[in-house]
Design a protein around this ligand. Structure first.
Ligand code: ADP
Length: 455
């Protein structure tokens, strides 16, 4: 097994990976920027290296510094976590060239699946259903022609996109040019790649994704699905596993397509295939995430499989520990992404000092976080500060448990989404469970029109 791993990340995912390494008897090196001198991941790791200034470009995105830090501390592998360089094939190749193992898929498959337009083209060859559209990067004129053919509304999407950035909904021919250009500019700004492709907009779909585990020996299994339809501006706020509002037949189709997709591209690590499902249960591949995801915890809870440990073992070259028939769905799990944001001010990030913190507990309550009382939330990074995850036998028990956990959770000093999540967990439409990606927008409209004050 690896002797020492450098974690090229920060926050709760760095803490999560350090915990997995400790269980595997692997030493860890935490890297940190000058803004993260008091970060928790730094306290928990075996060794630490400062890699630069607060700006991510100067630290967590600086490939040379990360690799130098790994070499100087005698690491044999680098775990990229999520975000930052986790889906960057250039980084993965550089890591390997320096004689280290990149804990993730091989760079070729990462490159192929990381470009969303190219991934869609591969999925067509693999026989996986995709959304009608251009299926490749297109110019404004080409894209508009395709949009006219498939019918409006369409989405213009950044090929290199992620985190809901570089996506625009276009309702008519006349709007196309302006919105294409907006998405293109945003794509250049966020991903340094302005390629845009066009997809038919599926009306009010569910976002259902399948978690996969693969090794370097051709074995692939699924760990069931997650319902990630609770999104604000294409970004997930709450996730559940499994999904109770789709049929058993559809689930089997999704698992089969996800495994076919993985095998077709020789995928060899932990990954996720994301699908949209329409009201008639037609399903469409939208993208693959070639990394660990924020919401992996709900799948860990329902399967009792440690996905981060599985990822490390797979990167080391071990065979998958589990056969498909060994994997059981043992209950239900829900995750709330608690962010330091001001809900009443359009969810604006709220950096600042946590003056008081009380973390909930009890059976089936899990908190993945990196904050503590006195912790100063930095304005430089993502505003998500804590993931609250509950597990129980049934969805209803989970909802009750999550409400109780949210009641217990106290974060003082900064505004957070805790109360927003609490109100959401009481919404009758949410409780019924048959919600889609349009839910949150309507929920927020309703809250505002009722003039309810939420913090
Ligand atoms: P990102 O990588 O930025 O997260 P995705 O392609 O995964 O982008 O899409 C994010 C979200 O945007 C989806 O979960 C869904 O809610 C919405 N979306 C994406 N493609 C479509 C589509 N063709 N039709 C309707 N909604 C879509």
């Amino acid at each position: 097994m690896f002797r020492k791993i450098l974690i090229a990340n920060r926050g709760e995912i760095a803490v999560r990976i350090i915990r997995a390494c400790k269980e595997l008897g692997i030493e860890t090196v935490a890297v940190y920027s000058k803004a993260d001198e008091h970060a928790l991941h730094k306290e928990l790791a075996s060794e630490t290296v400062c890699i630069g200034e607060a700006s991510a470009l100067d630290s967590y995105l600086n490939m040379e510094r990360l690799i130098s830090a790994a070499c100087l501390t005698g690491c044999d592998a680098i775990h990229p976590g999520f975000g930052f360089l986790s889906e960057n094939p250039t980084f993965a190749r550089m890591v390997e060239k320096c004689g280290l193992v990149f804990i993730g898929p091989n760079p070729d498959v990462m490159e192929k699946m990381g470009n969303k337009a190219e991934a869609v083209a591969s999925m067509i060859s693999a026989g996986v259903p995709v959304v009608p559209g251009s299926h490749k990067a297109v110019t404004m004129e080409e894209g508009r022609k395709i949009a006219d053919e498939v019918g409006y509304p369409v989405l213009v999407k950044a090929s290199a996109g992620g985190g809901g950035k570089g996506i625009r909904k276009v309702n008519s021919h006349d709007e196309f040019e302006e919105l294409y250009n907006e998405a293109h500019e945003e794509a250049i700004k966020f991903f340094a790649n302005g390629d845009i492709y066009v997809e038919k907009c599926i009306i009010n779909p569910k976002h259902i994704e399948v978690q996969l585990l693969a090794d370097k020996h051709g074995h692939v299994i699924h760990l069931f699905e997650r319902n990630c339809s609770m999104q604000r501006r294409n970004q997930k706020m709450l996730e559940e596993a499994p999904c109770q509002s789709i049929s058993k037949e559809l689930k089997q189709k999704l698992y089969k397509s996800a495994i076919d997709a993985c095998k077709y591209v020789n995928y060899d690590s932990v990954g996720t295939i994301e699908f949209l499902v329409d009201k008639d249960e037609n399903y469409y591949f939208i993208e693959m995430n070639t990394r660990i995801q924020v919401e992996h915890c709900v799948t860990e809870e329902i399967t009792h499989i440690d996905i981060v440990k599985a990822m490390i073992k797979s990167a080391y070259g071990l065979n998958l520990e589990y056969k498909q028939e060994d994997v059981k769905c043992l209950g239900y799990a829900i995750e709330c992404r608690i962010a330091a944001e001001d809900v009443s001010n359009d969810f604006r990030p709220c950096p600042g000092e946590i003056s008081f913190l009380h973390i909930p507990g009890g059976m089936g309550v899990r908190v993945d976080s990196s904050v503590y009382p006195g912790y100063k939330i930095s304005p430089y990074y993502d505003s998500m500060i804590l993931k609250l995850i509950v597990f129980s036998k049934t969805r209803l028990e989970c909802i009750r448990k999550m409400r109780a956990a949210l009641e217990e959770l106290i974060i003082d000093g900064v505004n957070t989404t805790t109360e927003f999540h609490y109100v959401l967990l009481h919404d009758p439409k949410y409780i019924l469970g048959n919600y889609d990606t349009s839910f949150i927008e309507n929920f927020i409209k309703e809250l505002n029109s009722n003039a309810k004050r939420i913090r």
